[in-house]
Design a protein around this ligand. Sequence first.
Ligand SMILES: Cc1cc2nc3c(=O)[nH]c(=O)nc-3n(C[C@H](O)[C@H](O)[C@H](O)COP(=O)(O)OP(=O)(O)OC[C@H]3O[C@@H](n4cnc5c(N)ncnc54)[C@H](O)[C@@H]3O)c2cc1C
Length: 467
Amino acid sequence: MTARGAGRGATADAGRHRSETGDDYRSASTRILILGGGFGGVAAALELDRRLAGRPGTSVLVVDRDNDLLFTPLLWTVADGRASPNAVVVPIRAFQRDRAFHVLHASVEAIDLDAREVRTSAGNRPYDHLVIALGSTTAVPDLPGLRERARPFHTPADALELRNVLIDAVESAHQTDDDAERRAWLTFVVGGGGDTGVELAATIHAYLADALLAEYPWLADAPIRVVVVGRADRVVPMSTRRTSAAVQSALEAEGVEVLTGAAIEEVTERAVRTSKGEIPARTLFWAAGITSPPPVRSLPAEHAKNGSLLVDDRLRLPGHPEVFAIGDSAWAFDAATGEPVPPTAQAAEHAGRYVGEAIAAILVGQEPPPFRFRTKGRLALLGSGRGVAEIGGLTLRGRPAWLLWHGYYLFRIPSWRNRLRLLADWLLSGATGRETGQLRLAPGSAGADTAGGGTETAPPTGADGSR
Ligand SMILES: Cc1cc2nc3c(=O)[nH]c(=O)nc-3n(C[C@H](O)[C@H](O)[C@H](O)COP(=O)(O)OP(=O)(O)OC[C@H]3O[C@@H](n4cnc5c(N)ncnc54)[C@H](O)[C@@H]3O)c2cc1C
């Protein structure tokens, strides 16, 4: 997957653009509609372009409400103050250069399977073949206090907000004279012991320890707690036991507490209550599960528990051979092993390429082969200089895994401009320190008093004599 010409001048690009138009799509005899321009949708569009570009009467349209592909694996380096948000998003139109598929910037509102039509905020679009690749959002269950207080982590805005929240919490800890109150402000709970939860907990700890607390030397000895709470009996339960153990020991080396086999039951302003006891904490982040977006959840089809669509061994909706679902929006299995396909970027890209090939085969009267997925491995960034990589039967830890994580994702982000920007950001933050300025995103929030009431900036003398 590569974006072409990212960074070239508009004049040079204009002559090379051979995108179809909305009219081309409407008048085509074979219309292929892709909903979602993320990992799965873009991979499907590129594969279709490779196989079908120039085929008379065939047109491909990608619909997305955003104009970019968010490269989620690299969001951690925005949250930990080492990269700017722009470095981890690639405009979808950069993939469109030199390619025939058309892009519609609009929201998908509903899918009518019988009429073979999709309602979008820019009007209805009919289709002959449909690819549903609308991704997922964080699922927050309806537990007392959870929806009001839990903070999700899914977007660049969430990554910036994470920094804002940590800064507010440390400011509040700095302003209080009450020891218990200070401890609660410096305790951060992460709900979810899966891949996202463990990386989130490690990122929070690394940002506090390596960036933020350097600005508050009088809090240097304050007891920071970052606790990751998971329901399963081990962290990253989808990995091998060896990898789970390696992840747990990397988290503990970073300074993160791991609480497994525990369910979060209630959240109040001052505490997180779990089945294994109460944690006095002011801040809770939530990364325990995903759910499908409304147009997917409301489709009259068979759904998995998280709202994704159950598909057959060729990633098609049962009873609708013209409709494919891929990525986080689908609940799929490897056709040979029967293993579930994980909700990862790697799997979504793989499924996107498969669906491109499958539709091209169907158009020439062939039956596509069943879908197979074998993971290439897993990588986790677990704090400063720490990581875990599972590749084949091998588990790497520590700095080698940390370096592999950075090298691999730098290579994988599909744009040279992003690559160079990330490299520059990382080197600069290594040399001059991480970003510790607050960036408020909501209009009018710049002067909001969210840090506990005080406005002073000079450090007070705490009850324990710390400054
Ligand atoms: C913080 C974080 C870190 C992650 N790290 C990793 C990792 O290290 N490795 C890995 O393999 N996976 C990782 N993942 C998982 C990975 O991001 C997803 O599995 C992957 O994005 C799924 O691809 P997709 O194509 O299904 O959806 P997406 O890539 O999310 O694309 C869905 C697209 O649909 C669009 N969309 C949604 N609803 C609508 C609508 N109603 N109208 C119009 N457009 C809509 C969205 O704008 C988006 O562009 C991570 C996820 C998160 C949140």
